[in-house]
Write a protein that binds this ligand. Structure first.
Ligand SMILES: Nc1ncnc2c1ncn2[C@@H]1O[C@H](COP(=O)(O)OP(=O)(O)OP(=O)(O)O)[C@@H](O)[C@H]1O
Ligand SMILES: [Mg+2]
Length: 151
């Protein structure tokens, strides 16, 4: 587990871009943390690096949005699990025929999300009581990825 502090939106996106270079189809990221802590901002950075179509916004009124690759890479499936009752609901949306062909990012993951992957990357975002633009981002991933992110 590693913790990295950022002091701007752009810095958080750069960290996400760096992480995205280490990802492959089938990877699942579970993003937790308070409202406004940076989960969607982080996902935007990933989308830039993965070069996918569409704008990443807060999927408040939809459960999930698929962003296909503009090249030949994996798509990005951005899920807001807040209103999700079962994993089958994502599958039922039929956004992607095979979840293992996309990189799946879940905001507000819940217990059932652990079934999406045997080895999800867990990322927690926290705000700072004093510094308005500081976020502490704690990443629980393979040691290889953690080493890369701290190098
Ligand atoms: N260091 C930082 N990293 C990320 N965002 C920051 C940072 N500093 C300030 N911000 C601001 O904090 C807000 C983060 O909002 P964002 O929508 O990414 O949060 P969220 O965790 O997805 O919230 P929600 O739970 O509502 O989905 C943005 O307005 C962003 O500009
Ligand atoms: Mg969000």
């Amino acid at each position: 587990m590693i913790s990295i502090s950022t002091t701007s939106r752009v810095e958080t996106q750069k960290l996400a871009q760096k992480l995205a270079t280490q990802l492959k189809a089938g990877d699942v990221l579970l993003l937790s943390g308070d409202l406004g802590s940076g989960k969607t901002t982080f996902t935007q950075g990933m989308a830039q690096s993965l070069n996918v179509r569409g704008t990443i916004t807060s999927p408040t009124f939809v459960i999930a949005r698929l962003h296909p690759s503009l090249t030949n890479g994996p798509a990005l499936l951005h899920v807001d699990a807040y209103r999700l009752n079962s994993l089958a609901e994502i599958q039922d949306l039929d956004l992607v025929s095979d979840l293992s062909r996309a990189i799946v990012v879940v905001e507000w993951p819940r217990e059932m999300m652990n079934d999406l992957s045997e080895n999800p990357i867990k990322i927690d975002f926290s705000t700072d009581p004093i510094h308005e633009n500081t976020r502490t981002i704690t990443i629980d991933a393979d040691s290889k990825i953690e080493k890369y992110l701290t190098s």
